[in-house]
Design a binder for this molecule. Structure first.
Ligand code: SF4
Ligand code: MG
Length: 332
């Protein structure tokens, strides 16, 4: 089956006073129909810019999609006109962001805002749109939806506001939902509820989800597949089982070790390299326990196949190599 979304060699950069920031530097991955793909990485890894590049939500200029293709249902959306992109956003592709406060307009009722989302893309009567708004609020778990539909955003808690934002994102029954850290601003109990909700809605609405997070704990909860990003590059792609049970990239392993209950809670020493003047070789080499002389020259290693679904950008996984050496062993 053709994937719903196929990102190929995407390069998104920003022109700044200090130079050109290569925020996303040759990223490729697919999203199948009905699956949840998590993009995980530290802040500054390029995960948000990757997701914002899909429907060109980045400000252009200073942003620029310098290269690559984004195929959505077989069509390269990087070639669409502004009008076609507007039809896509909120239509076949819904967005949910970190801060529900910023996504809702305080001067309109939530029902009005859901109706607007529907009528922007579909020719329906006001009464039908209102009923649909009530149904959506019910679907996202808002009690007494028939009366709450006439309430204003400030009358909802943070978690309930995010449910309203999800209702708006689903209003046109999108094929793809892009959620960028949608639970980061919420407390952990509410976060768990929202993750459950997204999981249930995925089946009900038959929607694919691209979920951006810095938190591997969240990834474990909801991902079918995982894209690990570092400094604008993809380090590892695999199923959630691949990434948690047989992580192959040193960066993924280091991230996993930071999870509660794992070997260490220490953050990975060092920091992300400069996005303006990235180092030669593997972007992770400054911080990598397994780095050898090969790692700091040339280009980022290619994505090597460990299996058809599991790919990793690290010299130790070149065909014919033995994989990662023992930690702290010979580093030649
Ligand atoms: Fe570490 Fe080298 Fe692999 Fe990069 S290529 S992750 S620096 S061992
Ligand atoms: Mg972000």
């Amino acid at each position: 089956d053709e994937p719903l979304l196929s990102i190929r060699n995407l390069r998104t950069r920003f022109h700044t006073d200090d130079g050109v920031v290569e925020a996303v530097d040759g990223v490729s991955f697919d999203v199948a129909r009905g699956e949840t793909v998590c993009i995980v990485g530290e802040s500054g890894s390029g995960k948000s810019v990757t997701s914002e590049s899909i429907t060109q939500l980045i400000p252009m200029p200073p942003g620029e999609i310098a290269d690559g293709e984004v195929y959505f249902d077989g069509e390269d959306v990087t070639t669409l006109s502004d009008g076609e992109l507007r039809a896509l956003r909120g239509g076949r592709i819904g967005h949910v962001f970190q801060n529900p406060q910023g996504a809702l307009n305080p001067v309109y009722t939530v029902g009005y805002q859901i109706r607007e989302a529907i009528t922007a893309h579909h020719d329906v009567s006001k009464a039908d749109a209102r009923q649909r708004a009530i149904d959506l609020l019910e679907d996202v778990g808002i009690p007494e939806a028939a009366t709450r539909v006439d309430d204003y955003p400030h009358e909802f808690s943070g978690g309930m506001k995010q449910r309203v934002v999800i209702a708006i994102a689903l209003a046109c029954e999108p094929d793809l939902l892009i959620a960028d850290e949608p639970t980061t601003a919420l407390d952990v109990t509410i976060e768990a509820q929202i993750l459950d909700l997204l999981d249930n809605l995925q089946d009900e609405y038959d929607v694919s989800i691209v979920f951006i997070t810095h938190d591997l704990g969240v990834v474990a909860e909801i991902a079918d597949r995982v894209v690990v990003m570092y400094a604008g590059k993809v380090m590892e792609v695999g199923t959630v089982e691949d990434v948690f049970e047989t992580p192959a990239h040193p960066y993924t392993q280091a991230l996993l070790e930071c999870l509660p209950g794992r070997s260490t809670l220490e953050p990975i020493p060092g920091s992300l390299p400069s996005p303006i003047d990235p180092p030669d070789g593997c972007r992770f080499h400054d911080r990598c326990t397994y780095a050898n002389g090969e790692c700091s020259v040339g280009e980022q290693p290619p994505m090597y196949d460990r299996s058809p679904e599991h790919r990793v950008s690290c010299v130790h996984w070149e065909p014919g190599s033995d994989g990662l050496p023992e930690p702290g062993g010979d580093r030649d």
